[in-house]
Ligand binder design. Structure first.
Ligand code: NAD
Length: 491
């Protein structure tokens, strides 16, 4: 049975949308409709449409990248419906999500995207555009104003290419029309994702039109948020399994875990739906979000990176295999407990040891098959956020940092792109790969060439003798003894 509006009532799934999808308004425009958005925000919105009968808050998806044509081609013939497959050791649950009710592919329809964002029905523009979509320089904390795509969008000579280009064009129209700005809601894994969004966007807009920038600075809203739900890339097997198990033809389902969490700062410019009624933690104080973000990024995401690069070098394919190895298990647990936990704030109501235990059990879920090639994507945007800040703080405190440093060493070795058998392997996509790989190769066991990339590491780390010595030792060990033996030594 093909997934579409007409066939909904015949599906064997436990949960399908029963609300009328034809009368929905787009209150949210979401840029970057990847796996994560479809397993997270779109699911919360689906619950609101279903349980609360809201009509004004459906989602119009937008893709900016050339490859997003695939998402448009998958979703359009099935009325933008898709299946979320929740997998755990307890079994599989399938649910159709109906909250995305249109999808615009920007390269073909840039005017339609700008008009949709500028429309008075749109109250929120949210996004999951990966770290690379923010053009954020980790070292200067400023917008990468010289990046060719930003230079092009600042020139205003043609249809925008970047998120900021689109958002500016739409906001300028709202300003002229006397509307409020929409809220810009980042759902990317970045600490202070709202603050970064605000700063990058305001810099961009100031260059285009200072008047619009002043209006946005005064009336705009950029909530910080912490997002969590492990969502691997969909593979062909998932599509086939769905067809076999449920008899449903869905071109692009999403596989995910049962766990989901979203903590948002309650700061909206033009209204918001009652997220808190469907399990979202909407909090008044920005510090609360920051504490959750910090805890999650430094424990979950850092552990992912620590398992990803070393695990890949050790020859594993999936996260559950890595954490199933007793040496890795001990290494990750001890890295969290001894090197990261002491740096984290105490959050009322959160038992940090319990949190770490839950993480280990989520990593161990064999049913979601989370591939290391996904975890290894975009390290240049991840390590500077998930690992390096903990190292920098341990340097300051004179505390333990060996295991965190080993993660950095594994990334440096991974960047060389040569496995333990001496064969070349392709790196998972990283926008800085062309710059970093030659440095990794030229450096060999000497980390100084890579540490010289200021936009990633600044000056402090490369000038710290203890860290550089530890890092050199760890790289040497990975190269001489191999990843598994090194992990067991550091565990
Ligand atoms: P995905 O590959 O399925 O989708 C990525 C989306 O981002 C695509 O639509 C792509 O077009 C868009 N994108 C990438 N670079 C862009 C750019 N420069 N400008 C505009 N759009 C761009 O990946 P995903 O699993 O959906 O993850 C996306 C993001 O969601 C992550 O980078 C992370 O910040 C966040 N996240 C993911 C997970 C997860 O488990 N997958 C968990 C928490 C948070």
């Amino acid at each position: 049975l093909r997934l579409n509006n007409n066939n909904l009532s015949e599906l064997q799934y436990a949960t399908v949308p029963t609300y009328d999808r034809t009368t929905l308004k787009h209150g949210i425009v979401h840029v970057g409709v990847g796996g994560f958005h479809r397993a997270h925000l779109a699911v919360y919105v689906d619950s609101m449409l279903e349980q609360l009968g809201l009509r004004d808050w459906s989602i119009c998806g937008v893709g900016l990248q050339p490859f997003d044509a695939d998402m448009k081609n998958a979703l359009t013939p099935q009325d933008h419906l898709y299946t979320v497959i929740e997998r755990s050791s307890a079994g599989t649950k399938a649910r159709v999500i109906g909250s995305i009710s249109d999808y615009l592919f920007a390269p073909d329809s840039s005017e339609a995207v700008i008009a949709k964002m500028a429309h008075s029905d749109t109250h929120i523009v949210s996004m999951t555009i990966t770290e690379s979509g923010y053009f954020y320089n980790e070292n200067t904390h400023e917008l990468e104003i010289e990046h060719p795509d930003i230079v092009y969008d600042l020139s205003g000579k043609g249809p925008p290419r970047t998120f900021f280009g689109y958002v500016y064009a739409a906001l300028a129209r709202r300003f002229k029309a006397g509307l409020k700005p929409f809220t810009v809601l980042s759902c990317d894994n970045m600490q202070k994702n709202g603050d970064i969004t605000r700063n990058m966007l305001l810099t961009f807009v100031k260059h285009r039109d200072p008047e619009v920038a002043a209006w946005l600075a005064q009336h705009g809203a950029f909530p910080n948020s912490m997002v969590d739900r492990i969502t691997p890339r969909t593979i062909e097997e998932d599509v086939q399994n769905l067809a076999e198990e449920f008899g449903v033809e869905d071109a692009w389902p999403v596989v995910t875990e049962p766990f989901m969490q979203w903590v948002i700062e309650d700061k909206f410019a033009d209204g918001r739906p009652p997220f808190e009624k469907v399990g979202v933690q909407v909090v008044k104080e920005v510090e609360e979000v920051e504490q959750f973000e910090l805890t999650k990024l430094r424990l979950l995401n850092a552990s992912h990176s620590a398992m990803g690069y070393a695990g890949y070098l050790a020859g594993f394919q999936y996260i559950h295999e890595v954490i199933g190895n007793p040496h890795f298990h001990k290494y990750i647990l001890n890295m969290m407990q001894e090197e990261v936990k002491p740096l984290l704030p105490r959050i009322p109501g959160v038992d940090i040891d319990e949190y770490c235990k839950t993480l280990i059990s989520r990593f161990s879920n064999p049913a979601i098959k989370d591939e290391l090639t996904r975890i290894c994507l975009g390290g240049s945007g991840k390590l500077p956020q998930f690992i390096m800040p903990s190292i920098a703080e341990q340097i300051q405190a004179g505390g333990p940092l060996r295991r965190l440093t080993l993660c950095t060493a594994a990334w440096f070795c991974y960047l060389q792109g040569i496995n333990e058998q001496g064969h070349e392997f392709p790196l998972s996509f990283d926008p800085m790969a062309a710059e970093l790989q030659p440095l990794a190769r030229a450096g060999g066991s000497d980390p100084m060439k890579l540490l010289g990339v200021k936009s990633l590491f600044g000056d402090d780390l490369r000038n710290d003798e203890r860290f550089v010595t530890e890092l050199t030792k760890a790289i040497e060990s990975l190269k001489k003894e191999g990843a598994l033996a090194t992990i067991s030594k550091y565990a």
